[in-house]
Every structure is written in C-alpha cells, then in structure tokens.
Design a protein around this ligand. Structure first.
Ligand SMILES: Cc1cc2nc3c(=O)[nH]c(=O)nc-3n(C[C@H](O)[C@H](O)[C@H](O)COP(=O)(O)OP(=O)(O)OC[C@H]3O[C@@H](n4cnc5c(N)ncnc54)[C@H](O)[C@@H]3O)c2cc1C
Length: 478
C-alpha cells in the first residue's frame, strides 16, 4: 500500500525528539521529507550573527539526524508563502505538517500558506509544541487571557500537576522503520549549498565563549549538567550572581526548539529525593517560575499582538523620550563609565548572551537614566542576543520600562546598588572591563574611579540621582 507523502516544515522546533507535529506526521506515514526555510521576511534571525550561528549549527545537526533516519532535510531560502506550496507539489505531498507559532507575522504567513495549499487539495496539519499549554487553553477566572503573571503561574502550575506531559523516548521507536525508499527525490535540488552559503556568511567570533550551545544533543547535555551538577538546587540564590554560572543557558535551545519545553519541565518533577532543605525546594520552584515567565510572555503576545508595536499601558506611548543618540551609542558599546552597565554590554557584544540580572540593570539604565525609549534597547538586544525572542525580549523590556503587564507602576534600578548587591567583589566587572582590574572594589562599586586609575575608561556619562529626578518629573507629565 502506498503511504501518503508528507512535507514536514521545521520552524522553531529544530529537533526530532518529542516534537509534537512530527509525532503526528509519523502516525500518518513514514514517507516524510522535512524542510527548513530561511525566511526572507523573518530575517532578524539570520541578520543577528549569534542567532545565525546557533541556527546554522542546529540545522547542520538536524540534517544529519534526518539522514540517519533515511530521509532528508531540505533547506530553502526566500518566501515560505511561495516555497512551501511549491515544494509540497514537487514531492507530491498529501500533507504539510508544522508546529504553530505565536508571533503575529508567522500567524499571518501560515494562514496564507494554508489557503494556498487548500486550493491544491493538500491537507495542512498543525500542532502546538513550543509551549507547555497552548494559549487558548488557559484563561483567567473571568474567561479572558491573562495579563498578570502571578495568577497565570498558579493556574498553569495546577494544570501541570494534573497532566502527564512527556514520556521519555516515546517518539524514538516511531522512527526505526522510516521508509527510505523516498529518501532522495531527484526533483529537489540539493540544499547543502544553501546551508553552506549561510554558514560562510556568519560573522560570529564568539562561538567559543557563548554559553548557549546549538543542536539537540548539546541542549540535552546543558539540561543534564544543570541538574546533575546540582545547580538547580541552589538556583534561588545563585541565579542573580552574574559572575557565577548558576543558570541553565537553555534560553537559545528553547528559543530554537532544540529541546522540548515538556522535557525541560519534566526534568524538574522528579527531583524530590534530591532536595534536602527548603533552599533546594525553593530553587526548583524558582526555576519553574522562570520557565513560566517564558510561557507567560508568549501567551500575552499571542492574545495581545499589539505588544509588538507599542506599550501595553498606552500612556507610555506619550512619554517624552529624549533618545540622545550619543548616549545610546555609549550604552550600546559598553562605554557609559558605569562599570556594571559596561561590563554587561561588553558581555553581550562579545558572547551574544547576557546574564538576566544584568539585562534588567542595563534596561533600567537605558530607559530610566538615559531616557531613551525602551524600543531602542529592544532592537539592540534583538540584533545581538543568541536567544533573541520577540515575546521574551519585548516582555523583558516592557517590564523594565514599566510599560508592560507588570502592575508595579515605576521600577528604577540604581546601577551602583545593584552592583554592590550582585557583584560585591567585582568579579564580573573586572572580567569584562580588564582595564579596571587594578581598581579597588569600593571605587568600582561607587563608580568614583580616580583619574590616575582610569586607564582611558570614561567618566559616567550621567549622574544617576539627577537623571532619576528628571525621569520622575517627565513621568508625572503622563
Ligand atoms: C530586557 C530583557 C530582555 C530579555 N530578552 C530575552 C530574549 O530575547 N530571549 C529570552 O529567551 N529571554 C530573554 N530575557 C529573559 C532572560 O534574561 C533569559 O531568558 C535568561 O537570562 C536566559 O538564561 P538561562 O537560559 O541561563 O536562564 P535560566 O535562568 O536557566 O532560566 C530557564 C529558562 O527560563 C526562561 N526564562 C528565564 N527568565 C526569563 C524571563 N525573565 N523571561 C522569559 N523567559 C525567561 C528562559 O527560556 C530560560 O532559558 C530577557 C530579559 C530581560 C530583562
């Protein structure tokens, strides 16, 4: 009996294991050709060097995995609205299958493709994969989408306790008898050259120091290390120390779907025997809460797509930003003269990643000290971050700007107080600003560095107290 041919479209799910749409595909047929399209309309993923690096390396591994299974990964470039229907026709697919997205552009693009394929009598099957709970299956008591994190977390956690989420390796056996008669369709021109060209175009020299690791295998190792090295048990206190590797570094893996969120969540469930005291218990819970922040921002963007374009609290669209471009450049380059800010921005610029505590400090500084619109920072982060993700990044910036869902009206971080609290012996500052390595900790933390010791390091471009007063007076206007 002939099996229906399937075109499987990888997007933010660059993996084989526990891939919901792929499991569906294999339940229908094992005659599958898979594809990934470098979408010219979604180019921010490959214009950001660190993400291009992560993406290319993950695709390389994924292609090898498909080959091992007797099939192939076709890599295309251009507009998926044109390419997907054409490819489906070329391989004579009866089904095109993918995992759903929450971003406004992707939702609209997918709709166009669905309409096109419908006209060709090709059936589209979509799944939810990127989230623990699909956004239309979790609502507040008043049956509306959530806009506050606390109650969202409570509800999601109670649902998680009831659900059997993930069964280890359930999907693997499905692949053993993949039908390799279909492995090479001569009508599809080789896609190796597209990947090769893409890899050659990447200018990211930080691959040795970026803590995130591309590919399915590496994501699995990151998760195992985070748990086996017992970092998860002290996460509650160590997650805020930028000089210590106390977090999982899984953000890019979750962003590109080289690991399943169900697998990650599941790994937190069976740790009960491991924890000995309240700190261990709290740490596991705090890490789960961070995973739910990721989920929350995606839920919000799905239900409030206007977040992509402006503030959630509309009054912030009227804020009289000063947007001083010179100051913005100093901030971008890590040359503000405020050590903790400069250390963090230099970490971002050279590794493509920045510690979460520092993301909050530099965001507050850009918005509340330099009085630049949060969208300028959001864009810079998107250009640099290996885990750059529309929902998480927008959520993080709106949280820091106080323009988002967070009910707290105004939150201003003092960068010097933050440094004293979270980098008290200046290990992080000295690691990223080597020219200050001889300066005393007290001077680094106060920012009052004598001219003799400066080594060309600049004076602070602004005074925090003066700027804070100015910001508050501007805020009073809106
Ligand atoms: C201004 C700003 C911008 C940000 N931009 C992004 C972004 O583009 N992409 C991104 O993935 N995260 C973003 N974050 C959230 C957070 O900083 C990173 O997810 C985290 O630092 C990644 O490191 P990790 O994987 O070691 O995290 P861990 O501490 O190990 O946390 C586990 C996972 O939980 C999720 N997570 C943790 N904290 C948050 C958070 N505050 N919001 C959403 N998800 C979270 C991530 O998927 C992370 O991998 C941003 C935060 C701020 C304040």
């Amino acid at each position: 009996m002939n099996k229906p041919r399937i075109l499987f479209w990888h997007r933010k799910d660059l993996r084989i294991i526990d891939n919901q749409a792929l499991i569906k595909a294999f339940s229908l047929s094992n005659a599958i050709t898979s594809t990934y399209i470098l979408d010219e309309n979604y180019s921010y993923d490959f214009n950001a060097n660190s993400r291009a690096w992560f993406l290319a390396n993950s695709l390389q591994e994924l292609g090898i995995n498909w080959k091992k299974m007797g099939s192939r990964l076709v890599i295309g470039e251009g507009d998926p609205v044109l390419i997907i229907p054409e490819l489906a026709k070329t391989i004579d697919a009866k089904f095109v299958i993918w995992n759903k997205s929450i971003e406004p552009y992707e939702i609209n693009r997918d709709l166009q493709i669905k309409n096109n394929l419908k006209g060709k009598n090709i059936q589209v099957i979509e799944s939810w994969d990127h989230l623990l709970i699909e956004p239309s299956k979790i609502f507040s008591g008043s049956n509306t989408p959530y806009s506050v994190y606390g109650p969202f977390y409570k509800n999601l956690k109670s649902k998680m306790n009831l659900m059997g989420l993930y069964e280890e390796d359930k999907s693997i056996f499905l692949f053993k008898d993949i039908d390799n008669k279909f492995q090479e369709n001569q009508k599809i021109k080789s896609s190796d050259s597209v990947l090769e060209k893409f890899i050659k175009s990447i200018k990211f020299s930080g691959s040795k120091i970026c803590p995130c690791r591309p590919g399915e295998k590496a994501a699995e190792i990151l998760l195992k290390n985070f748990i086996n090295e017992k970092k998860i048990y002290s996460y509650n206190s160590s997650r805020d120390l930028p000089s210590y590797n106390g977090t999982s570094f899984l953000s890019a893996s979750l962003r590109f779907g080289t690991i399943s969120i169900r697998k990650v969540w599941n790994a937190t469930l069976n740790l009960n025997e491991g924890f000995k005291n309240q700190e261990n218990y709290l740490s596991i819970e705090t890490w789960q809460k961070e995973l739910v922040w990721r989920e929350f921002y995606q839920h919000c963007l799905f239900h409030f797509p206007e977040l992509e374009r402006g503030a959630y609290r509309k009054k912030w669209d009227q804020f009289p930003w000063q947007n001083n471009n010179e100051w913005f450049q100093h901030w971008s380059n890590g040359e503000t003269g405020v050590p903790i800010i400069d250390a963090a921005m230099r970490q971002l610029n050279s590794t493509g990643w920045m510690h979460n505590r520092c993301r909050m400090i530099v965001a507050s500084f850009l918005v509340k000290d330099l009085i630049c619109s949060w969208q300028m920072g959001e864009k810079k982060f998107m250009e640099m971050l290996v885990d750059g993700d529309l929902a998480a990044n927008n959520g993080g910036w709106q949280w820091s700007a106080s323009s988002g869902m967070d009910p707290k009206p105004l939150r201003i971080f003092n960068p010097y107080t933050q440094a004293r609290k979270f980098d008290p012996i200046c290990e992080y500052i000295k690691a990223w600003i080597p020219e200050l390595s001889k300066v005393s900790n007290a001077d680094l933390l106060s920012g009052e560095i004598s001219n003799l010791e400066k080594n060309n390091y600049s004076r602070p471009i602004v005074n925090h107290n003066i700027q804070q007063r100015l910001f508050k007076s501007l805020y009073a206007e809106i």
